[in-house]
Design a protein around this ligand. Structure first.
Ligand code: ARG
Length: 446
């Protein structure tokens, strides 16, 4: 029992297990397998079980292998012979599959709502960032200046795709397996469409073997949760960098930072680091469960009991991570002087100088070489880039003005680009997208 039980972790499914039993009992009474009196006795017992579970007074017994057996045992204690009819035409195989789908529908929607809340914080911070700019990086080397708003919204768009993935996955989760029985349906006149509707599912299974013998919806949910975790991890890594003395782009609010037990001066970005560290564990939840699924023949196999712990762990961790990271980003202070000083390194304007030459007819490869040679000379200590540019016959004083602080970011003008004009358009588009996602995730979730 210690090895095979799942009660220790599937207990949390009790509200869904009871909801599934209520629908099942109604379905049985509807086709005359239970009398109305028997149905009502079972429904009263289920209500009693719900209240005992809710207030913590439910006494689990030594033979309660999982939440399903525990609920059924108690219902039978309370309702007598009528209770013994509860499991008619049902198996724990379709029952547990139903429970997890009900649970996942609700929980995944909560995650989607919290991702939208994080997007909202990114939007607010982007709106408030105004003209603040920082270096944009490739290879973690300074590349070209970008508006801070542009950087924040880059994460916002990625999170929006995660929300869309969740909504898409929810369509496949929203299918009732109840009525599939152990694997092949029943000789009793069950109506899976009725129970599906009772439970608020969009529809019922098409194939009973598939209903109890597939877990791709769980693998998919785990993937989306893991991807959210990876996106939080990447943001976390940036906050770890940005809050170093070396970068100095951001300061964490004290409420979202931790001290050191030994070093009095330390202010550590533990939330950002755990967002990064826990992504490893989420990847483990996903890949571990994929390995569990691999090689399983149809239909139900006890291996499937192993779907719950990784799913619950991933869900718990992501919910906590979203709360913590959202708060951290909402309250962090930017240090625009540091960001802009880093972005105003003269060499950041090298591409603008080359493009200035291109607009005057120089082939881009030649322009690249001309500016590259000047950059090499400035790095060798021959003088400031703006002076070398001003003195260069191909460039001159007009081009040298491009090297001045704050000029380069203004010149990122193309659609979707990093400068003020396209970012203003992007902000508007982001607001519209976010309103759509908010509307799609504020549906009533049972
Ligand atoms: N606790 C089990 C699970 O989560 C319930 C199903 C057990 N079914 C069986 N035929 N032994 O999968």
């Amino acid at each position: 029992m210690a090895y095979t039980e799942s009660l220790s972790f599937d207990q949390r499914l009790w509200p869904d297990d009871i909801a599934g039993s209520v629908a099942h009992v109604r379905g049985l009474a509807r086709v005359g397998i239970l009398t109305e009196a028997e149905r009502d006795a079972v429904l009263v017992a289920l209500e009693q079980v719900a209240s005992e579970m809710g207030d913590g007074s439910f006494a689990f017994g030594p033979s309660d292998e999982d939440i399903h057996t525990a609920v059924e045992r108690r219902v039978t204690e309370l309702a007598g012979p009528a209770g013994a009819k509860l499991h008619t035409g049902r198996s724990r195989n379709d029952q547990s599959a139903t429970d997890v789908r009900l649970w996942l529908k609700r929980e995944l929607m909560v995650v989607a709502q919290r991702v939208v809340a994080l997007q909202d914080v990114l939007l607010q911070r982007a709106e408030a960032a105004g003209g603040t700019y920082l270096p944009g990086y490739t290879h973690l080397q300074r590349a070209q200046p970008v508006l801070l708003a542009h950087h924040l919204l880059a994460h916002g768009w990625a999170l929006g795709r995660d929300v869309e993935r969740m909504l898409d996955a929810l369509e496949r989760i929203d299918v009732s397996p109840l009525g599939a029985g152990a694997l092949a349906g029943s000789s009793l006149p069950l109506d899976p469409d009725f129970t599906a509707t009772e439970l608020g599912f969009a529809g019922r299974f098409e194939n009973s073997l598939d209903a109890v013998g597939s877990r791709d919806h769980i693998a998919e949910a785990l993937f989306v949760l893991t991807l959210v975790g990876i996106n939080l991890s990447r943001m976390g890594e940036e906050f770890v960098l940005w809050t170093t003395d070396e970068f100095g782009f951001a300061k964490l609010d004290d409420g979202y930072a931790t001290g050191s037990s030994m070093l009095p001066q330390k202010k550590n970005p533990d939330i950002a680091e755990l967002a990064r560290g826990k992504a490893g564990r989420l990847i483990g939840d996903l890949t571990g469960f994929l390995a569990t699924m691999k090689g399983l023949p149809l239909s139900y196999n006890r291996d499937y009991q192993e779907d719950k712990e990784p799913l619950f762990d991933a869900m718990d961790q992501i919910r906590l991570a979203l709360g913590a990271v959202t708060g951290m980003i909402a309250t962090a202070a930017w240090v625009p002087e540091r960001m802009q000083a880093a972005a105003d390194a003269e060499t950041s304007s090298a591409t603008d100088l080359a493009e200035w030459l291109v607009q005057r007819g120089t082939p881009f490869r030649d322009a690249h070489a001309i500016v590259g040679a000047l950059v090499r000379r400035t790095l060798a200590g021959e003088g400031a880039l703006r002076d070398l540019v001003a003195a260069d016959p191909a460039l001159g004083p007009e081009a040298a003005a491009l090297v001045a602080p704050g000029v380069s970011v203004q010149r990122r003008t193309t659609p979707g680009g990093a400068g003020p004009a396209p970012v203003a358009v992007q902000l508007e588009r982001f607001r519209i997208k976010l309103a759509e996602l908010r509307a799609a995730t504020t549906g009533d979730v049972r």
